[in-house]
Design a protein around this ligand. Structure first.
Ligand SMILES: Nc1ncnc2c1ncn2[C@@H]1O[C@H](COP(=O)(O)OP(=O)(O)OP(=O)(O)O)[C@@H](O)[C@H]1O
Ligand SMILES: [Mg+2]
Length: 422
């Protein structure tokens, strides 16, 4: 008889990954098909779905490949996880079919399940799934419970009926503990796409895995992207510009259009019919047609992913260099320079809020920074120099360790699955 399989799934706002452990073995990441990678696979999938008019539906790297092949004639949905806690988002219509948030996530998970088939065979019905300490947008316990209920339903539809939820920064601590030989009290700081999550955990010795405190907030990579949109993109897309309405009066293009533009999980829904009607009225009467035309191109041609990838590439550029170029082609024709020192000013309010959460978490744990042995920084956004500088300031640069930015949570979840189900 083969050894039992323990499955961990990191359903991330931006990237998702699956890790498994066999018996008492170490967790390994499962390869996911990726037509864009030279090996044909990658350890993470972009958390996106692509709906085509004919009914075809793809997820992850395959969705991105189809999006490119069909030049965006379908609908690409990004950052789906950020809708989970929202009472106002229940369903949307895509090419005549109504989709609940649960259906969309189930479709994504089903495709993940199929995609790992060649590497591992059947995943079975059990898994440990990650969850942020606080789901994006959740304002109270009811919102949070809604997110868990929806996620549970989506998992069940995708064949996972026996599920344990584990906080993502606790899973990341388990991944970090796998490297350790001695006991440490650590802070895990997981800066993802949607949320920033902290945990204070004792690892690697007696009391291994004891959680002293956790905390989180819906400010992370997507929020940083929103700052770039606000400062560099929205003004060139007609933010604040005026248009003549049907009655001949003048009005400012509604601000909510730009609020939807700056949030990847709302952007996908600017193609809803009522938004389309308003936009077309704005376009016809615009007093700044060049800018508004860019906005129209992005929405009508479904360039949400092109916009996201353009902004992200520029953001990654300033993680490595003092400046980078933000380019949008595909008929948008926009070229801007992004400066790291400007970006660092734009995100000050975000880092201030994140800092307050860290203060609370340390208080809850009853510990001072001096008593922390190590800070494990993970999640893609932890690669932002300003984020690392902030952690270094708080705890001392010598305590900061990183690694497995996009995969530590999945590995840790598989390790947790061994504990829960083993
Ligand atoms: N080098 C880099 N510099 C700055 N940001 C980066 C870098 N690499 C990736 N990111 C950002 O990291 C984020 C994705 O990180 P990650 O995959 O850890 O998030 P996630 O797990 O999908 O989200 P969450 O945990 O919030 O659900 C994106 O916002 C991406 O732009
Ligand atoms: Mg994550």
């Amino acid at each position: 008889m083969s050894e039992p399989l323990y499955v961990g799934i990191d359903f991330g706002t931006t990237n998702s990954a699956v890790a498994v452990a066999r018996g008492k073995g170490a967790a390994t990441l499962l390869p996911l098909p990726n037509p864009a990678s030279t090996s044909g696979t990658s350890s993470t999938w972009r958390t996106v779905l692509y709906f085509e008019p004919g009914g075809k539906l793809t997820a992850g790297a395959e969705a991105i490949a189809r999006y490119r092949e069909t030049q965006g004639e379908g609908r690409l949905v990004q950052s789906i996880k950020s809708h989970l806690a929202s009472a106002s988002f229940a369903r949307t219509t895509v090419f005549g079919r109504r989709w609940t948030i649960e259906d969309m996530i189930a479709a994504f998970l089903r495709q993940i399940r199929q995609a790992v088939g060649p590497a591992i065979g059947e995943l079975g019905t059990r898994c440990v799934i990650g969850r942020p300490v606080r789901y994006w947008g959740a304002e109270d316990a009811e919102d949070d419970a809604r997110a868990v209920t929806r996620m549970t339903a989506a998992l069940a539809t995708a064949g996972f009926s026996d599920v344990v939820f584990e906080p993502e920064p606790v899973a990341a601590a388990a991944a970090y503990a796998a490297r350790l030989t001695s006991a440490e009290t650590i802070v895990v700081a997981d800066f993802g796409g949607g949320t920033t999550d902290f945990s204070v955990v004792r690892v690697g010795g007696p009391g291994n895995g004891e959680i002293l405190a956790t905390g989180g907030i819906g400010i992370s990579g997507d929020a940083f992207d929103a700052r770039i949109i606000d400062e560099l993109i929205a003004p060139a897309f007609g933010k604040g510009s005026r248009y003549r309405d049907e009655m001949g009066g003048e009005a400012t293009v509604p601000a909510w259009v730009f609020n939807n533009l700056r949030r990847w999980h709302y952007l996908s829904f600017l193609k809803e019919p009522q938004t389309q009607r308003l936009l077309h009225r704005v376009i016809e009467g615009s007093l700044d047609p060049v800018s508004i035309e860019r906005l129209r191109t992005v929405i009508d041609d479904d360039l949400g992913l092109v916009l996201h990838q353009g902004v992200e590439a520029a953001k990654l550029g300033i993680s490595a260099n003092a400046q980078s170029e933000l380019r949008l082609d595909h008929g948008v024709d926009l070229k801007k320079t992004l400066l790291r020192n400007e970006f660092e000013k734009w995100i000050v309010p975000d880092l201030t809020e994140i800092d307050a959460v860290m203060t609370r978490v340390l208080d809850d744990a009853g510990i001072t920074p001096a008593k922390i042995d190590r800070v494990f920084a993970t999640g893609g956004t932890s690669l932002t120099p300003a984020v690392r500088a902030w952690l270094s300031n708080r705890f001392g640069a010598e305590k900061l360790v990183g690694g497995e930015e996009l995969t530590s949570v999945a590995s840790g979840l598989a390790a947790q699955a061994q504990r829960h189900f083993g």
